[in-house]
Design a protein around this ligand. Structure first.
Ligand code: NAG
Ligand code: NAG
Ligand code: NAG
Ligand code: NAG
Ligand code: NAG
Ligand code: NAG
Ligand code: NAG
Ligand code: NAG
Ligand code: NAG
Ligand code: NAG
Ligand code: CU
Length: 554
């Protein structure tokens, strides 16, 4: 009898709009599935055989328990991208940073509580390139009875953007790792798993979004692509942006949304055209001379009652190098900063950091050119450890990492000027140590090594405020005078402009080891990554919990 009641409660809890549940159970079976996209059949790694994977629904303050069972031959781990994981770093997910991978045949229960967050986030695999097909949405509803700070939509729709390779993605990155050159770009972008009808594969339908005239829809847009920032547009309609990375923003209208891998955007769409069929487009944004998949993914917005003979009204995506469109969107983002949702920007700074982010070239005798492309932060190309950094930190295991990550470039140079002749980097598993509650100002400075490029930098375990942004080299004397310390946007992933810089601030109020990396997977693979280690504060509420018993072993 009790067992049946437990099962009923668990099932009911999958419908959070109907019942209140403080604990939500999910089961993720990692399995292979054959699929046909772009008219080619291939097996892909999925969760529960679904692509994109299942949406995780929860309410603010809920505890989420996800049992991940690995039925495939790859090691796996899942990251709950943007979830703060207060004191529960063990459930964060990046392989060899906070846990050893879940090996074939094994399982692990991710156990975390959602505190002080509501909105849209995403989950994805955080090992190798498996997140190409292993991803899905996280929808965090406000506490029961608390309304959105914007008009309640009639319906909500998850829109996950992705990237598709005809080949096996692990073969793509393995080939590149062997040659030392850049990996092949993808063959298509996708909207909810579909490249859309306008592609060189006529048999494919696309994602269809049915709407009724006069109604309002909340689009929960997620960029789960591996390597490309995307523009998102709907023919004939404006979107009202109300939230990014699960933080509310001051609403603003835009016909184009810019979204980097790892970012999320909630936007209201009013179906105010009465009838017809309208093209939805996701296209790349790259404003540097690097190879890019230039395919546009399409879907259809379909008004009820539209005749089947009606042609779809098309939209023209911005050119892929449309920096002004991207900049206008980025500059429109402001925290809501209301009484209920204040922007708690740190006003004092304990650690004033400048990190250069970019690429380099190191010798490699077995590589095609005798050299290998690498990524680095402050000239350190990160070397992955053999056991997780969080375990090494918690159990005080030595010789896994050092805590001497340079807070500033060791050699200062004109970062965005003429390319230096020496493109070499050094290797290391170096972390930057922060005392609990210390405040950080971090300037992320793009370099022109190889090519200036827009890097979406993601910090685990924290939200940060984006207080400033500019082109060229950051000027520590004049640029801080223009910082926005009142209502800067709060997020977990920020695009550093090509040949420019972005300044962020955060408070180190979460003990543990927290990964920071470029969310272009190709750059992460190349070593554009590092981690912060945040010490415990005072008392149990400021102390990292002990590891769960089923934490995977290496
Ligand atoms: C996928 O298709 C191949 C070839 O048709 C088949 O051998 C394999 O069993 C299928 N795998 C799955 C998981 O369905
Ligand atoms: C989840 O973690 C909490 C501590 O944060 C613990 O009290 C609870 O027992 C855990 N639940 C499971 C099912 O492991
Ligand atoms: C990468 O692209 C090249 C050139 O198109 C092709 O020959 C190669 O097979 C591709 N590699 C993979 C793993 O798909
Ligand atoms: C897209 O890229 C391919 C290969 O790089 C190129 O041949 C093609 O001309 C490009 N198309 C557009 C519209 O830029
Ligand atoms: C490496 O080789 C490729 C093709 O062989 C060439 O296009 C490229 O310029 C070379 N890159 C470097 C950094 O030497
Ligand atoms: C850096 O180089 C650029 C391009 O050559 C130049 O315009 C700029 O003035 C230089 N900046 C500094 C601080 O030297
Ligand atoms: C980076 O490190 C390499 C290897 O130690 C060194 O040769 C190079 O000068 C360094 N470059 C910078 C910009 O610090
Ligand atoms: C951290 O800050 C909170 C207030 O924000 C304070 O209550 C707590 O004592 C501080 N802890 C430490 C270790 O400074
Ligand atoms: C720890 O946090 C809980 C929940 O926020 C609170 O009820 C409790 O008083 C705190 N304990 C201490 C020692 O600060
Ligand atoms: C899976 O992870 C374990 C533990 O780190 C490692 O020993 C093993 O080589 C990995 N397996 C594969 C196929 O990468
Ligand atoms: Cu990058």
């Amino acid at each position: 009898m009790m067992a049946w009641i437990k099962v009923l409660v668990m099932v009911a809890c999958l419908f959070p709009a109907l019942v209140e549940c403080r604990v939500r159970h999910y089961k993720f079976n990692v399995v292979m599935r054959n699929t046909t996209r772009l008219c080619s059949t291939k097996p892909i790694v999925t969760v529960n055989g679904r692509f994109p994977g299942p949406t995780v629904y929860a309410r603010e303050d809920d505890t989420v328990l996800v049992k991940v069972v690995n039925h495939v031959k790859h090691n796996i781990s899942i990251h709950w991208h943007g979830i703060r994981q207060l004191r529960t770093g063990w459930a964060d997910g990046p392989a060899y940073i906070t846990q050893c991978p879940i090996q074939p045949g094994q399982s692990f229960v991710y156990n975390f509580t959602i505190t002080g967050q509501r909105g849209t986030l995403l989950w994805h695999a955080h090992i190798l390139w498996l997140r190409a097909t292993v991803y899905g949405a996280i929808v965090i509803l406000p506490k029961l009875g608390v309304p959105y700070p914007f008009p309640t939509p009639n319906r909500e729709v998850v829109v996950v953007l992705g990237e598709w390779w005809k080949s096996d993605v692990e073969a793509v990155i393995n080939e590149a790792t062997k040659s030392g050159l850049a990996p092949n770009v993808s063959d298509a972008h996708t909207i909810n798993g579909h490249p859309g009808p306008i592609s060189n594969c006529l048999s494919q339908g696309g994602f269809n979004l049915p709407v009724e005239p006069g109604k309002t829809y909340l689009l929960r847009i997620i960029n789960a692509a591996l390597n490309e920032e995307l523009f998102f547009k709907i023919a004939g309609h404006q979107l009202t942006v109300v939230e990014v990375d699960a933080t509310y923003v001051k609403p603003f209208k835009s016909d184009t949304i810019l979204i980097a891998p790892g970012q999320t955007t909630n936007a209201l769409l009013t179906a105010d055209l009465g009838t017809g069929r309208y093209m939805v487009a996701a296209s790349p944004f790259v404003d540097s001379p690097v190879p890019v998949d230039n395919m546009t993914a399409t879907a259809t917005l379909d008004y009820s009652g539209t005749l089947s003979t009606t042609t779809t009204r098309l939209t023209t995506p911005p050119p892929k190098n449309a920096t002004p469109v991207a900049t206008t969107f980025t500059n429109s983002l402001r925290s809501l900063n209301s009484n209920q949702f204040p922007a708690k920007v740190p006003l004092t700074v304990d650690h004033n950091l400048l990190f250069t982010i970019g690429l380099g070239v190191n010798p490699c005798s077995t590589c095609v050119n005798g050299s290998r492309l690498v990524g680095d932060i402050n000239n350190v190309t990160f070397v992955m450890p053999k056991i997780s950094l969080l375990q090494a930190h918690f159990f005080k295991i030595s010789n896994v990492f050092t805590d001497d990550f340079p807070g500033n470039p060791i050699i200062a140079y004109n970062y965005t000027g003429t390319q230096p002749t020496n493109l070499r980097t050094m290797k290391g598993t170096r972390l930057y140590r922060l005392a609990y509650n210390s405040t950080v100002q971090l300037v992320l400075q793009d370099t022109g090594m190889i090519a200036p490029e827009n890097h979406p930098i993601h910090l685990h375990g924290f939200n940060f405020f984006v207080v400033g942004r500019g082109l060229g080299n950051f000027n520590p004397k004049t640029d801080p005078m223009n910082f926005n310390l009142v209502d800067p946007v709060e997020r977990n992933t920020v695009g550093v402009p090509s040949g420019g810089w972005t300044a962020i601030r955060f408070k180190a109020d979460n003990p543990g080891v927290w990964f920071m990396h470029c969310h272009l997977e190709v750059h992460t693979t190349w070593g554009l990554k590092m981690a912060f280690v945040v010490d415990n504060g005072e008392g149990p509420n400021e102390t990292l919990l002990p590891p769960p018993r089923d934490l995977p072993k290496c």
